[in-house]
Design a protein around this ligand. Structure first.
Ligand code: FES
Length: 109
């Protein structure tokens, strides 16, 4: 059986665009996808919405689920936050995200 896959496009901090093919039936998050392609996303807290190292900007018009209170609280204390900011670890990959375009937020050190 073929895996269902979609394409997600991620612009890194050097403005290189990466078209990442990803399965939709493995419960992966955007943070895990970035790590699996070795994009510079730390995922320090392991996806608990506690570190903002997976901060991304959503560039396409996809209808993402509303951020949880935990995600909003973390974004509240993160740097370089914009109206289209999300935490990559809180976005689960589903078929509805085919063609999603994201950009990695700058690292705050
Ligand atoms: Fe830590 Fe997403 S991996 S907030």
């Amino acid at each position: 059986m073929l895996l269902n896959t979609i394409i997600i496009s991620i612009t890194d901090r050097e403005n290189q665009v990466h078209e990442l093919e990803t399965p939709t039936d493995m419960g992966l998050s955007i943070m895990e996808l970035c790590k699996s392609y070795e994009l510079p996303v730390e995922g320090t807290c392991g996806g608990m919405a506690l570190c903002a190292s997976c901060h991304v900007y959503v560039l396409s018009e996809h209808d993402l689920h509303e951020p949880s209170d935990d995600e909003l609280a973390m974004l509240d204390s993160a740097f370089f936050v914009k109206p289209n900011s999300r935490l990559g670890c809180q976005i689960k990959i589903t078929e509805a995200l085919d063609g999603l375009k994201l950009k990695l937020a700058p690292v705050s050190t």
